[in-house]
Design a binder for this molecule. Structure first.
Ligand code: SF4
Ligand code: SF4
Length: 424
């Protein structure tokens, strides 16, 4: 049995792909090389299907997203970073994401995909953070072949082209792979089959990486992207892909179940990311970049929990909602601070709602709005169905249709449509 078959990683071990999921955390937008089959408006082709543009999250957002998905779906075992650019062309974001996850869930299985240029420079740090699964895309082990695959390489603020670029990339890939194997990681090499460019050379790639101790290779047929330098090439036909894989399999175990997932895919390999998870991802993307975890709930002024229908000052208890991978759900009720006490009442309320991102209320006096807003709470003066309002907010849609109706208990205070007494 190949060593990878004892792991819980669904890409390395096809036997667990029906029960162990992975979450791709899209925190790495930039790239440091130009593959001729890649058009940078889209995700990194090395790991994903071309033509897809993933969301980008900050490390804090990504960690929160992972924690929430994992809480609801404990079988999502792997946290992977695969773009949308190159994980190690964005080392701060990649390492910080892993750090944040590690702190809270030290048992997490991490996985990273890279073109390998910066691998040996970050390998120790990645090891300390617990990385054990690595994918390096390697399309050639001869710079004469590589020079036709890579447009340029940028390394330590200097640009390289042609044979120089291909030689540098190859040297870095080889040394990174060697170190990763020595550290005992599970290592996969992805190779794009590019007809007429490297299809006759992939056997040599397989032989070389097998010699380094790489456990598995994923030979992916080129999908020509119109806007890329290889846009006019044809995709390999099924026979070519079969032949390439068969030859390579004499040296190294072949992956046959790759789903060419998006760099923000989540769930089981080969299954479409669920709509709920996609909605949740767009909610997380709209959270403040650095405070996603602290302020993840919503507060609502409501009599009965169906409608936003109370002024701030008359709200005796706030209905608290949260959004997670299962959608928006009611969390709890929180008793409002007693009336009176001037600003102290609003400061106490700010504390009570310190984990809420937004407050939805029919109206609010000028002073409480100032105090709450300065605590970081967004205040929306709306009325209507709670579910509709929260859904619209969550999706980043405007709340115009929920604006308080004219004549709704017109009040006296500036910015307040109530009696102007409740907020005293
Ligand atoms: Fe595109 Fe990925 Fe190649 Fe960078 S490494 S150029 S993102 S395919
Ligand atoms: Fe696994 Fe392939 Fe999806 Fe990467 S693209 S997560 S290797 S199935």
């Amino acid at each position: 049995m190949a060593r990878v078959e004892s792991t819980n990683h669904p890409c390395f071990n096809s036997r667990v792909k029906h029960r162990s999921g992975r979450v791709h955390l899209p925190v790495a937008p930039k790239c440091n090389i130009q593959c001729n089959y890649c058009y940078r408006k889209y995700d990194c082709v090395n790991e994903s299907r071309p033509g897809v543009s993933s969301t980008v999250l900050s490390p804090e957002q990504a960690a929160f997203y992972f924690f929430e998905l994992k809480r609801e779906n404990p079988w999502m075992e792997v946290a992977g970073i695969a773009g949308p650019g190159d994980a190690l062309a964005n080392p701060e974001q990649t390492l910080e994401t892993m750090r944040l996850i590690r702190e809270k869930l030290p048992e997490t299985t991490f996985c990273l995909s890279t073109n390998g240029l910066m691998l040996d420079e970050y390998i120790e740090e990645l090891h300390e953070l617990g990385l054990r699964f690595l994918t390096v895309t390697m399309n050639a082990v001869d710079p004469e072949v590589g020079k036709d695959i890579y447009g340029w390489v940028r390394y330590r603020k200097r640009g390289y082209r042609g044979i120089e670029a291909a030689s540098l990339l190859l040297e870095k890939q080889l040394s990174g792979l060697e170190k990763a194997v020595k550290l005992g990681w599970h290592v996969k090499v992805n190779t794009i089959i590019i007809p007429g460019v490297n299809d006759g050379h992939i056997e040599e790639v397989a032989r070389t990486v097998a010699g380094l101790g790489v456990e598995i290779q994923n030979c992916l047929p080129l999908i020509p992207v119109k806007e890329s330098a290889f846009g006019e090439l044809r995709a390999p036909d099924a026979q070519m892909t079969k032949t390439v894989r068969a030859k390579a399999s004499s040296y190294v175990h072949q992956m046959m179940h790759c789903g060419r997932c998006r760099s923000d895919a989540a769930g089981l390999v080969g299954k479409k990311t669920s709509d709920q998870v996609i909605d949740f991802l767009s909610y997380v993307r709209n959270l403040p970049k650095d405070m996603a975890e602290e302020r993840k709930h919503f507060a609502v002024s409501s009599q009965e929990g169906l409608l936003v229908n109370l002024h701030l000052g008359e709200t005796r208890s706030f209905h608290i909602y949260t959004a997670d991978s299962k959608g928006i759900r009611f969390l709890e009720k929180r008793t409002a601070p007693a009336a009176g006490n001037g600003d102290a009442r609003w400061e106490e309320l700010a504390g009570l709602l310190s984990d809420c991102r937004a407050l939805f209320t029919v109206s609010i006096g000028g002073r409480p709005e100032e105090v709450l807003a300065s605590s970081g709470l967004q205040v929306y003066k709306v009325q209507g169905l709670i579910s509709g309002i929260l859904e619209a907010y969550n999706q980043g849609e405007g709340l115009k249709q929920y604006a308080r109706l004219p004549g709704f208990r017109a009040g006296k205070g500036s910015g307040c449509g109530g009696t102007a007494m409740g907020c005293m």
